[in-house]
Design a protein. Sequence first.
Length: 74
Amino acid sequence: MKCAICRNGITEEGYTTVVLERDQMTLVFKRVPAEICNNCGEEYISSEVNKALLRHARKELNRGVTLEMLNFAA
Ligand SMILES: [Zn+2]
């Protein structure tokens, strides 16, 4: 798709790293599937992936995790 930020680039499938912070917890998700603009580098994460990230974050929060690095598996 066309990038909504720079309006010049085209997004390509790739992977990114997402950091989520909640209260005192920091979660780092690696290899999160995303569409990345080949011009400005803006990252677009689908709502399904975003939902999965938040679901995971809630689970970790309940476990009392404060810092964790995870590999995201869609
Ligand atoms: Zn762009």
